[in-house]
Design a protein around this ligand. Sequence first.
Ligand code: ZN
Length: 273
Amino acid sequence: MDHPFFSKPTAADRRDRWSWHLGRILGIPTRIHASFALVLVWIGFSTWSAAHSSLAVLFGLGFALAVFTCVLLHEFGHALVARRFGIETRRITLLPIGGVAELERSPSDPRAELWIAAAGPAVNLGIAAALALAGFALGSFGAGGLVSVVLSGLVWANLMLGLFNLVPAFPMDGGRVFRALASKRVGQLRATQLAAKLGRFLAVGFGAWGLFGGNPVLVLVAAFVWFAAGRELASVRHQVQQRQAFERVQAFAGPPPSRDHASRDQVFYVWRG
Ligand code: ZN
């Protein structure tokens, strides 16, 4: 029998050869994309060229793995709250640029969207608070040394993960929180447009900062934010058009189709952390 917390990946989970399949955690297929190896190589290389010590490289890699574990926990925050609203998660993937939890369908209720979106950043802010409390309780912040460096580094990384994702712009979680709150007043499409516009504005800012500051990773993040904001907008436009077309047909044809039919049209919903 499968363990409720962890089970091996199934043959269907393993179909994607470009990922390392960790297994099913709480029933959700969890995997690390092959491109993630590039991040580890890059961290290893940059630590080596800065410190010329294999111990420093090991430390850098260990710290990066700890941070990416926090990214995974962020995705599980989304997935487990979605489960409470009756939405399962197809899979969780760790990519160099962050994590992705693919939900089976998008929540139609703004209240559900609000809680699911807020859960990811809440996990990171929770970790930051817990580690900060532990650091103060153990008196390790003032003491210096490795424990102090790791603790304060992880507190800082989780604070950044939480706060950055709360920026009210697509594709960040804050964009969804914003849409859930604003859609009651201005409608879902208008709220999405506002959050997507803000996302693109942010992308231009990141891009300029990355280009002039000579930071290629930031330029990559900017490109990702730009396209993801546009995709979210296109997806909502499509849904609204479908709904309007459906309502026109319904006005002529009468009874609505079965729920089964409606759910088959739903688009994949991607949450990025
Ligand atoms: Zn997230």
